[in-house]
Design a protein around this ligand. Sequence first.
Ligand code: R5P
Length: 285
Amino acid sequence: MAGNAPNAAALIESAKKAAAFQAVEDHLSPTDKFVGIGSGSTVVYVVEAIAAKGPSFSANMTFIPTGSQSKGLIRAAGLRLCNLDERPVVDGVSVALDVAFDGADEVDEDLNLIKGGGACLFQEKLVAVAAKKFIAVADSRKQSPRLCTKWKTIPIEVLPLAAPDVLNRLKAMGSPNPVVRSGLPSKAGECVTDNGMWIIDAPFPPLLLPKDLTAEVDGNGKNGAWEIGKLAEELVKLPGIVEIGLFHGFNGVQAVGLGKEFQAQKPVAAYFGTPSGQVQVQNAA
Ligand SMILES: O=C[C@H](O)[C@H](O)[C@H](O)COP(=O)(O)O
């Protein structure tokens, strides 16, 4: 019955769905109050999984979006919506999200992420760092030993006015051909983000982890090889860059020990659906 075999696109969709449903099952507790909902095609299944639990499960939950797509998903599912800046303040601090779920374009072996393939990286990072626990959901094509191996560019959100200078600076840092992302085929001209900014896609050679550094390789880009943390540090210093699609550093659980709550960009776990229907879970060490 080869004619009835699911095609590759259908297998990818079912892989995303399996990852999302398993992640929600494992990490959304009935007692959670504030839940971050990311952007992209995999997160659609996160919302589906939450809705499938029935209205009583989420009756006491409030959902925080990462952009207009995410807002629409929350509304369409009949879930309670609250913008990031509108959540309650307790003792002078906005309450932390109990958990946030989001997709990823590439995930390395230390759970660093590239995000922004759908131009939503800025609000996604704000929501991720506001969460005690961040969970990535994806299909297994996104798994990679080092970032910029499969997804070869870093999405960078920039002020449109600054784009020409940022492009020049990125070239000077060793990015061979950074480009402003086009809005085509759906929009003529540049891709404009939910924040009114543009996206630059900057290619870099595969990014090193701290453990890759040696006396010969210091990861500062001089030989074309950047270590993630060093590159991120240089990029965010560039005037005109609003945010970068590298999610790196430490996760929410480690952040508590470091006294750096609201600064954790990395997930505590990534869920990858495979075309064979399995879900592989990559937990933080
Ligand atoms: O800007 C978009 C987001 O970072 C997405 O979460 C990311 O691109 C992954 O999207 P998808 O689940 O469609 O692969």
